[in-house]
Design a protein around this ligand. Sequence first.
Ligand SMILES: [Cu+2]
Length: 536
Amino acid sequence: MLVRDLDRRAVLRAGLAGGLAAAGAGVLGGCDTASVPPGSAYGSTSARASGRSVPGAGAGSLVLPGSPLVARAEQARFTTGTVRSHAITLAAGEVDLGGPVVRTWSYDGTVPGPVIRVNKGDTVRATFTSRIPQPTSVHWHGVALRNDMDGTLVTQQPIRPGASFTYQFRASEPGTYWYHPHVGVQQDRGLYGMLIVDDPAEPGGYDQEWLVVMDDWIDGVRGHTPDKVLSLLKQGMGSMGSGSMGSMGSGNGGVLLSGATSRLLGGDAGDVKYPGYLINGRVAAAPHVFTGKPGQRVRIRLLNAGGDTAFRVALGGHTMTVTHTDGRPCRPVRTKALLLGMAERYDVLVTLDDGVFPLVAYAEGKNATALAVVRTGSGPMPPATARPAELTGVLRGYRKLRPPASAAPAARPPDVVSRIELTGTMAAYSWGFNGRMYPMGEGFLGPSYPRLVRVRPGQRVRITWVNTTKMWHPMHIHGHTFQVNGTGPLKDTVGVLPGQTVTCDFDTSNPGQWMTHCHNVYHEQSGMMGVIGYIT
Ligand SMILES: [Cu+2]
């Protein structure tokens, strides 16, 4: 199996098993575990260091992206010395979604954007030249990379229209990642692509590999743009008039969604009614067709690149074996279907049967599907509306997913526990943490901005998300992999249902300033975002 042969040294290097965190105490200078004073953040942060009480000491100084600690952490990462260069242009223009032609923003004129693929330890050097009319940035979702290459507005100035920026970082951890802008709601246009970091030592055990990227689509359809959707949402769902739902393009009618519910999501399924749902940039009427031979084993890397839609995925006639959660190894779990919140990834293995099969992504609670097709033999194409029975066999929650012993972090009580309430309502569209909305309009945030959580290098941190809202939220932490609910899967994005409490444990082995936010792009851009700041 993949997991048995995982390179344990790589895991240690990432600090997942305490390796870099422990080593980092020396490298990074100091490991003061009782140093997060109450009141230093607007979350109810408390420090618990071996039962000691918290000193009311000073807050320390922030480790900013330009800090020597960031450069030193990069130097400590595994490297092959190989540099993989890419040049990508952000284009505004027409893209064919398999029939519908839309005007949108994309990387190199394709949706999804180019796949960036490197080996573990290679250096990614990607130059982005912007030909879109808004400032932008590129975030490398899930990668434990150097902080100044994280592509957020707390780590860099945005890339202006006409300008270029080169991201360069060591990709030291294998996995399924993706890249997208971290400015505004640009991600809900065509701006997303996959980053795959291969481990040459991993004995695949499969014959083929397929990439499956799901998306909800509205940009360029009948004059809609994600920016317009956001402004409609901010006017408040409470203002939504009745009787206008049927017609796209008349006022807010047809764009804002109410009454979409899903038991899997604990209630309200989403805010936006999309006119289309895509797999690999294609509508269901013109699906991408994967081909193979009966009996072949295929690794499928699944990504939900949507803005406001969870997808339930199944391959008709097949059972999937989950091998990776957000790019991290997990003990093999067999399931008929998987639910992916926005930004979540799963790698699965399937053994192909003989025939033609629908690979369906059901837009959870929204009564629509995206489609790809798997062909290994003769037979008619499945209908665009196919809904295989396997969709009902979905893996519920994260309880069955666990890392293998070789990848599990060493047990350790947290040094810092930060309880953060997810707050806000649909009616007011006032999403935030602990009742506070992130000040979106301020642009680049300097060191004076209050941090949601302050941590020091070498700590075990527990973030406890408490969802007080009536909606689910896929919560993402930049630059780190966390373990869900103590012994659960290793992830970087975790769905938190209404009323639920979910914990995320991670080691502070990657100094810098890291965004944490809901990956519903409209919630994020309405204020459900904050910064986890390293201090020394
Ligand atoms: Cu949210």
